[in-house]
Structure formats: C-alpha cells, structure tokens
Design a protein around this ligand. Structure first.
Ligand SMILES: [Zn+2]
Ligand SMILES: [Zn+2]
Length: 130
C-alpha cells in the first residue's frame, strides 16, 4: 500500500499495487498549478486508488480536466481528465515516502523552463507520451 497526504494532513490517499507509470511533466498548466518549475506524477488506476481523509476540492483548469487540492492548506494533490479515463495522476511529492518515486520519463519537455537543468537519461517527450 502506498500512501500520501497534503501539507496539513487533512487530505490523504492510498493505493494498492503498483503505479501505471511515473514521470515528470513540464507543461505550463501543471507548473502553474503547483507554482513549481517541474511537477512529478504517478499514474494510478482509479480502481486501486482511494481518498482517505477529507475530500479534496476540485478546480476545472480546462474542459474535462479536474485538479484536486486541499481546501484547508491549498496543497495541489492530483489531476484527472476525461481523456485519461479510469486513471488518476497524483503529485508524487505528496507521497509519505517521496524518495520512493522512480521517474521513468519526461512529458511536455518542449515547455521545459530554460533555467531548469535536469541531469538524467530518461526519455524526453516534447508533448504527451501517446
Ligand atoms: Zn491540507
Ligand atoms: Zn502537465
């Protein structure tokens, strides 16, 4: 079981089994949502995932896209979209043990900030992976 929570602890989650994928996203929307130079995601089948504390608030950042965040402390928690039916993308740093995050690739590398330098040999997709 993998678990995670927001800064204040009101919102928490857990999932069983292994994640579908783990990646970095450099898109402008994710970056602004987290006010971070890059965001780290784990993709989880909705059937294996559960919110375990307070239910997060949802902001529809674009049509068919839901971004979940803690109503109390404001921590961004997850991304869900109609075009990724059946999965939820959780922000990896909310994991209880964020060092267990094992990134596999980068997406939207074409939008990467010029001053951000990441040294790795992972595949870098200019847009989404598929
Ligand atoms: Zn919170
Ligand atoms: Zn993104």
């Amino acid at each position: 079981m993998t678990k995670g929570h927001c800064l204040c602890g009101a919102v928490s989650w857990k999932y069983s089994g292994t994640e579908t994928w783990a990646c970095f996203c450099h898109c402008d929307d994710c970056r602004r949502n987290c006010a971070a130079p890059v965001v780290a995601f784990i993709g989880i089948p909705l059937t294996a995932f559960k919110w375990t504390g307070a239910v997060p608030k949802v902001y529809a950042s674009s049509k068919g896209v839901q971004r979940h965040f803690c109503d109390n402390c404001g921590t961004p928690m997850a991304f869900q979209a109609e075009h990724y039916a059946g999965e939820i993308h959780v922000y990896a740093p909310s994991m209880e043990l964020p060092n267990n995050f094992k990134p596999e690739f980068h997406v939207f590398y074409g939008e990467k900030l010029e001053w951000l330098h990441m040294v790795d040999d992972l595949p870098k997709y200019p847009q989404s992976k598929t």
